[in-house]
Design a protein. Structure first.
Length: 378
């Protein structure tokens, strides 16, 4: 009985000991797959936190740009301030800007002459997510004066070469009756890199293009219709405005307009091509760092880093199918002005209607005729 008691006691001791040991020996361990899942989960949480913090930081950092008030006040009487320093009642403050609506001059210079043969104005309402894009024909008639010597010139595309980008901004502002807040001047190399960065672009080439100019190392051959364009192809399509052929009887190359409406047709192609490129670029936001590098290397602009952040964030939500309106300044491109042939004289009434109805006007009220400065032959 005593032996059984000891045995029972000893057995009880062993049972008690064995009850504690499994807690230490059978410590739960994860399989390699489980450990990997744990690491991936932690990485995902950390990455999500970084994305949230970065996005919040961008939203905070990207403040709406401040633009100068370029609109002169219209004084109908005494414009002096009263005794309290408040503006006199007779002072008209002029038209008011729409909230967070901005204007941009977009230009590309000719590779040979240095003239800005591609000029557009973009007005972007970031609140309502609408934009108006209008082309300014290269031969738009102006009363230009060279800053260097006071001599005259009469086509808009020469303004940049003679008076620089600020002179061009001023001239365009006077034509449209609106302030130009920012400019973006891109070289052709940057355009090619951007199109290549997005993997090329599908585009409906509107006309047959066949042009050769060995002096510019330019050889353009495209059939009319939908096709994929690389960066260099897209640049050729954007540049083409004439076709060429060799006249064997005359023994020389001759040219004719590629478009039935001459350079106006080319501006339409340029707007459509630019829209297609931007639409595809914004559909690939993961490439924003690449776009930014291309921008820094190939673009001249007065946009600040904060401005770029602000507009990039806004543009990600832009719907090209419903928010964008495109147009070209209306006029007659067969006018001779002060001996300069094929000047493009603008139609004032049609121009006013376009500015006020096609998303170009950044004001809350309509642009009026007295706000435009136009060269007119008669």
């Amino acid at each position: 009985m005593a032996q059984r008691g000891r045995t029972s006691k000893s057995t009880g001791s062993r049972v008690a000991g064995s009850a504690r040991k499994p807690t230490r020996k059978k410590k739960r361990t994860r399989s390699p797959l489980g450990r990997l899942a744990r690491v991936l989960y932690c990485m995902l949480v950390a990455l999500s936190a970084v994305i949230v913090v970065t996005y919040a930081g961008v939203r905070i950092a990207a403040r709406p740009p401040e633009v100068a008030d370029h609109t002169p006040a219209s004084n109908d009487g005494d414009s002096t301030a009263g005794a309290t320093g408040s503006p006199a009642a007779s002072v008209d403050p002029g038209p008011q800007r729409k909230d967070q609506t901005y204007t941009f001059l977009l230009v590309a210079s000719d590779q040979v002459s240095g003239n800005t043969d591609t000029m557009m104005v973009l007005t972007y309402d970031t609140v309502n997510q609408t934009a108006g894009l209008v082309s300014l024909p290269r031969d738009t008639m102006i009363d230009g004066v060279k800053d260097s010597d006071g001599s005259h010139f009469y086509k808009l595309n020469g303004t940049y070469a003679y008076n620089g980008i600020e002179g061009l901004k001023k001239e365009v502002s006077q034509i449209l009756g609106i302030p130009i807040d920012f400019y973006v001047k891109v070289n052709t190399r940057g355009f090619v890199k951007l199109v290549d960065a997005i993997g090329g672009v599908d585009f409906n080439v509107p006309v047959n293009m066949n042009y050769e100019d060995p002096t510019q190392d330019l050889y353009i051959h495209f059939n009319k219709g939908m096709q994929w364009l690389s960066g260099s192809d897209a640049l050729k399509v954007a540049r083409c405005r004439q076709n060429s052929y060799y006249d064997e009887a005359a023994g020389k190359w001759k040219t004719y307009d590629a478009y039935s409406n001459a350079d106006i047709g080319r501006t339409e192609t340029q707007r459509s091509l630019l829209t297609a490129v931007l639409k595809k670029a914004l559909s690939q936001p993961q490439k924003l760092p690449t776009y930014y590098d291309i921008f820094l290397e190939n673009v001249q602009t007065d946009l600040s880093a904060n401005d770029l952040l602000y507009f990039a964030e806004k543009a990600l939500y832009f719907d090209f199918s419903s928010g964008l309106t495109t147009s070209v300044l209306p006029g007659d491109g067969t006018v001779t002005y002060h001996g300069w042939t094929y000047c493009y004289e603008l139609y004032p009434d049609q121009l006013l209607e376009l500015i006020n109805t096609q998303g170009i006007n950044p004001y809350t009220t309509d642009i009026t005729a007295d706000m435009l400065t136009l060269a007119q032959k008669n």
